[in-house]
Design a binder for this molecule. Structure first.
Ligand code: GLN
Length: 391
């Protein structure tokens, strides 16, 4: 007799990224769905990892991460955002941004606590909140309309969602999946909302180095008052084209970091060793990240221009390596079923934006939008465009 399992996440299946990538393989479709580059990192970075392995960086790294890497992250954050995090007590290297998110939420959220997330949201936030015993409170962003063909944050709705039980507010800008970024007045709004409350801000800034059209990234670290109660999470995955290395980090004041590390040490203990000295060395040169926005802007523009000859309508992407495309001229189907059909019948895999909503089947979650990842070689983008134009 199999034992009875009381599932902690009874209604959660496999992530949409895994489902769509598997479907892409089954149908030999061009995969512009799951967010990962189909090109290699800088060979110099790979050589540095190789050298680190030969130099004996093959046993457990320090629990909080290699000091030299934390040092470099501290220097970079101070230079870019003006906030000096102490590498000893305020910077922790994690198994990708995803582990940072899970560990932070497990450390800070408990039974009865409410955590606000903006919908559409990245898929790991809500399960993490629920595993911690907290209650996710979803606040919708305003969906695109003819007048405003882009998602928008409605700070008033966020303000209205706050109760005495609100423990944390999760934000993610540049935003996956919508591709929108923050402006300075958004930080003003956020600052006024959390001032004199007991609310921590978890800011997922994994796409911090990918912002377009001359925009700058407004990190939470640029505001002293916000940073005092914030956890900033980032990663090397998107910056250095190494999503499979799973190296991320979180920055938080010492009182919060010490709680995060208590969970981190029993979750993964420490993170892959040889990558850490390699990244510490590689990131000393700001050119390794300062050109990334221009690099991806070219790809975004190429793909957006290519869609002009199709019946998809691209929305302007302000950051990340994603853009949203409206398919309402082609079909009335829900996003999930349209995305499946696009893979099985047209050989192009995308992600339905509805999958980033609490209920992907609800009419409020469906706006005839799919998310396309343009972190691909030009040949991949062109092949996808050619197929999309046939529809
Ligand atoms: N962050 C990636 C995306 O949005 C996916 C990561 C994953 O597959 N877990 O597509």
């Amino acid at each position: 007799m199999p034992i009875t399992i009381r599932s902690k996440l009874p209604d959660i299946g496999t992530t949409i990224f895994t489902i769509m990538s598997k479907l892409a393989i089954e149908h030999q479709a061009i995969n512009v769905g799951q967010g990962f580059p189909d090109f290699d990192p800088n060979p110099k970075l790979v050589e540095l990892v190789h050298a680190a392995m030969q130099d004996g960086h093959n046993q457990y790294a320090f629990m909080a991460g290699l000091p030299a890497l934390r040092e470099e992250i501290g220097k970079k954050t101070a230079a870019l955002y003006g906030h000096r995090y102490n590498p000893d007590t305020e910077i922790t290297i994690t198994n990708g941004a995803t582990e940072s998110i899970m560990t932070t939420i497990l450390a800070l959220v408990g039974r009865g606590d409410e955590v606000i997330v903006l919908e559409p949201f990245y898929d790991s936030y809500v399960p993490a909140i629920r595993l911690a015993g907290g209650t996710p409170i979803t606040v919708p962003m305003t969906p695109p309309s003819l007048l405003h063909p882009q998602y928008r944050i409605d700070w008033q709705r966020i303000r209205d969602a706050i109760t005495a039980k609100t423990r944390m507010l999760v934000i993610n800008f540049p935003n996956n999946p919508t591709g929108i970024t923050l402006e300075s007045d958004d930080l003003d709004a956020l600052e006024s909302i959390v001032a004199n409350t007991n609310i921590a801000v978890l800011s997922d800034e994994a796409y911090e180095h990918i912002v377009f059209d001359g925009r700058i990234h407004y990190s939470i670290a640029t505001r002293k008052k916000l940073a005092a109660n914030a956890i900033i999470i980032s990663s090397f995955a998107k910056t250095y084209h190494v999503t499979g290395w799973k190296i991320g980090y979180c920055l938080a004041p010492a009182n919060i970091t010490s709680e995060i590390r208590k969970v981190h040490q029993f979750n993964v203990f420490s993170v892959s060793s040889p990558m850490q000295p390699a990244l510490a060395q590689f990131m000393k040169d700001p050119n390794t990240y300062s050109q990334l926005s221009a690099f991806y802007q070219k790809k975004r523009d190429h793909f957006t221009a290519g869609l002009a000859h199709s019946r998809f309508k691209p929305l302007a992407s302000q950051g990340t390596f994603f853009l949203l495309a409206d398919y309402s001229e082609i079909s009335d189907e829900t996003e999930v079923s349209f995305a499946r059909k696009l893979t099985s019948e047209y050989g192009v895999t995308v992600i339905p934006v509805a999958a980033f909503y609490g209920n992907p089947d609800a009419p409020e979650s469906n706006h005839h939008l799919v998310r396309i990842c343009f972190a691909k070689k030009e040949s991949t983008l062109d092949a996808a465009l050619e197929r999309l134009r046939r529809i």
